[in-house]
Design a protein around this ligand. Structure first.
Ligand code: ADP
Ligand code: SF4
Length: 690
């Protein structure tokens, strides 16, 4: 791999920067980010942070850490610092963060109006009481805090600072962004309706954060630094707008040791690449540096070193903040430092990582297959485990599964043959990257094909559709069939487990047809979506561009329901409405006629007929596993094949992240001794009290 030194124009990114009493070794700042592991998987989280330290980040933060049991955000799994018993897990994380000279930061959060306390059952306490504002619409209200409560919360922050220091952290971040932290709740007139000295004027609304910061400084005795994470712009007439944020920073310019600025809601801040380009927050943050002598960090899904340099040189930012780019490539700073730009594994902006947190699972990353498996499985974002005793592997199919398997096996040192039927690498990604807004998804294929191209031990064959005879004749030791899946042409998915009566006169199409440039052009098209992720709305956009009048029918109560987990659902709905798509929720086809579809209400079964010139089914996918089954039925062992595996979408269709993961899993498990029924990952169990 190229290890040429970087051109000098990037040197500015590697200058040390002072943060209060601490010095960051460079400008790469991993802002706080969730990971779905939190307090439940402390060692998994610590080891994930360690890879960032190894990868060269100057500052590394925890996810949000709840400072007190009276404010927690179950079902979301973050960190807790409720009492001294939480210190050891966080100390393990701080130690990992500092292992390669990074500063270790902890984000302290009191969730107030954002915390339903479903686990602790405490009455939620908010700046101004009212229904809890979170993703889950819990039927719970918070009580308005009085002066005694405010004193208590200030003391709890003080306790948390003391515990954070005991755990070994260098920096404390007070969380007041994304609508999630009490600092924002005080600052915003939308959530602060108080008439006492903590409400009303901006000065009064700033009182709480000033008090907490002053008390934290006393507690720290000059040994830690304080950062304040604020929303750059809260929408709405009463929201803490960008103009007020600037007034606040001008009034309190020396309050924290660093300003950490992030767009209004989490949805706005962590927009997907489908809707939000790189560096999209520049206008909101530009000029803020002129209001303060303290360094400023901002985010914007930065993966381009040139863009980073520009933002620093233009005086927009002092630090390049990154959550997702640091997840997709924990070694981003090191690769830029060493001038290895082609080795950067760029975030594709898909928000699958976010979905891990939203679903209470352990987060995954489409690009970095080792994410959150560093400790559980011993995977590493850059290194592969040593080669085992066998030598050769054939991978059939070069989609995300096959490409990742080839890359990881290539790194391990196997002789790899990657055979692809078409003339392009990437499989589904080669098709889906052409859908509106999804160009960045092509990085899944580009990164992997770029990495395997120079590997002498990986040979790639395009235009090579493999038959069972071809495979048998190859004389390889291991065969992985990664031949993908195709979209079904009928209604079968979740709502319908069997097909409905269908008149063959109705033209039926699939996303595969539309992506191949086939399917309806003009006319009235019914798109039936029982997939609920991105594909339905992306295909609807294509159809609108082709001049079709689109009726978007879904049995769900809202379009693209699962994209709540990628923070896109509202944006998708807005996009469809702005394109003139007719959205019809809570309905599903009962029968498909020649020029119409009979729909049934999913609640009552009430029938209605809708005219349609064609129907596009976005329902479910059929694994392309014929080659595997043909091989399986033959005496493949007699041909010298030691193992035959079906992997990725060809085994069980899922999102692209599931495919890259399947490729990694195959490569990691090859030649590893059989562990029988043992658990294939490490985990931590709750400690039983006597
Ligand atoms: P996954 O997401 O699991 O990687 P994809 O559908 O993206 O699945 O990719 C599967 C790839 O396998 C496609 O590029 C397809 O052209 C290729 N393929 C399918 N059948 C064969 C075959 N018999 N020989 C070689 N390549 C194949
Ligand atoms: Fe980026 Fe997607 Fe990975 Fe998240 S899951 S870090 S958005 S590539």
């Amino acid at each position: 791999m190229d290890s040429s030194p970087r051109p000098s124009r990037y040197d500015i990114l590697f200058e040390p920067v002072q943060i209060g009493p601490k010095v960051a070794k460079n400008r790469f700042y991993q802002v706080p980010h969730c990971n779905g592991g939190g307090y439940r998987d402390p060692s998994a989280v610590a080891e994930m942070r360690r890879t960032k330290a190894e990868g060269g980040w100057g500052v590394i933060f925890t996810e949000q850490t709840e400072i007190h049991q009276s404010s927690e955000i179950t079902p979301f799994i973050e960190q807790r610092l409720w009492d001294d018993r939480d210190i050891p897990a966080l100390a393990r994380m701080a130690e990992a963060m500092k292992s390669h000279g990074a500063l270790a930061g902890i984000q302290l959060a009191y969730s107030g109006i954002n915390g339903p306390n479903l686990y602790t059952r405490e009455v939620p306490l908010a700046v101004t009481g009212g229904p809890i504002l979170t993703f889950t619409a819990d039927p719970v209200q918070a009580r308005t805090i009085d002066r005694d409560d405010i004193r208590d919360i200030r003391r709890w922050f003080r306790n948390a600072v003391r515990r954070a220091q005991a755990a070994g952290f260098d920096l404390v971040c007070f969380y007041g962004a994304h609508g999630f932290g009490i600092f924002q709740h005080f600052l915003s007139r939308a959530t602060n309706g108080r008439s006492d000295e903590y409400g009303g004027s901006l000065e009064n609304r700033s009182r709480f954060v000033r008090e907490v910061v002053a008390e934290a400084r006393e507690e720290m005795r000059g040994e830690m630094a304080i950062t304040l994470r604020l929303s750059l712009h809260e929408a709405g007439a009463l929201g803490f707008s960008n103009a007020e944020v600037r007034d606040f920073i001008a009034m309190n310019s020396d309050l924290p040791d660093l300003w950490d600025l992030a767009h209004g809601t989490w949805e706005s801040c962590s927009g997907t690449s489908r809707f939000v380009p790189e560096a999209a927050q520049e206008d909101l943050v530009r000029g803020i540096k002129d209001l303060t002598r303290k360094p400023v960090v901002g985010v914007g899904r930065f993966t381009s070193a040139d863009e980073m340099v520009r933002q620093v040189k233009d005086g927009v930012l002092d630090f390049i903040g990154a959550a997702r780019p640091s997840i997709a490539d924990p070694f981003l700073p090191k690769k830029i430092e060493e001038g290895r730009f082609d080795d950067v594994r760029e975030c594709i902006g898909c928000n699958i990582c976010v979905s891990g947190d939203m679903t209470g699972a352990l987060s995954r990353c489409t690009q970095n297959t080792a994410f959150m498996e560093e400790w559980r499985k011993g995977w590493h974002p850059e290194r592969a485990r040593p080669k085992g005793p066998s030598e050769s592997v054939l991978i059939v199919g070069a989609g995300p599964t096959g490409l990742e398997a080839a890359l990881q096996l290539g790194k391990r040192g196997y002789r790899v043959t990657l055979a692809e039927a078409t003339t392009m690498l990437g499989g589904r990604v080669a098709r889906e990257r052409k859908l509106p807004g999804l160009a960045a998804w092509g990085r899944v294929a580009d990164y992997r094909s770029g990495q395997i191209a120079p590997m002498a031990n990986v040979e790639t064959y395009l235009d090579s559709r493999m038959t069972a005879d071809d495979v048998i004749e190859m004389g390889v030791q291991h065969v992985a069939v990664a031949t993908g899946a195709t979209w079904r042409r009928d209604v079968v998915a979740r709502q319908h487990l069997v097909a409905v009566p269908t008149d063959p006169a109705m033209p039926l199409f699939t996303p595969d047809d539309v992506m191949a440039g086939e399917g309806p052009v003009g006319g009235r098209v019914m798109l039936y979506d029982d997939d609920h992720f991105y594909m339905g709305s992306a295909i609807a956009e294509v159809l609108v561009a082709r001049g079709c009048q689109v009726d978007f029918v879904t049995p769900a109560t809202k379009v693209a329901e699962w994209t709540e987990n990628t923070l896109e659902q509202a944006t998708i709905m807005r996009r469809l409405l702005s394109l003139g798509v007719n959205v019809i929720p809570c309905k599903a086809p009962d029968a498909i006629g020649a020029g119409e579809v009979r729909l049934a209400c999913t609640w009552t079964g009430a029938q209605s007929a809708m005219p349609a010139d064609a129907v596009v089914m976005v329902t479910s996918r059929t694994p392309s596993d014929a080659l595997y089954h043909e091989l399986h039925a033959r005496d493949w062992r007699a041909a010298g094949i030691l193992s035959l595996k079906l992997i990725g979408d060809a085994a069980a269709p899922g999102p692209i992240a599931w495919a890259t993961y399947a490729g990694r899993r195959y490569a990691e498990d090859l030649d590893v001794p059989d562990i029988g029924d043992a658990l294939p990952f490490r985990r931590e169990l709750a400690e039983l009290r006597p």
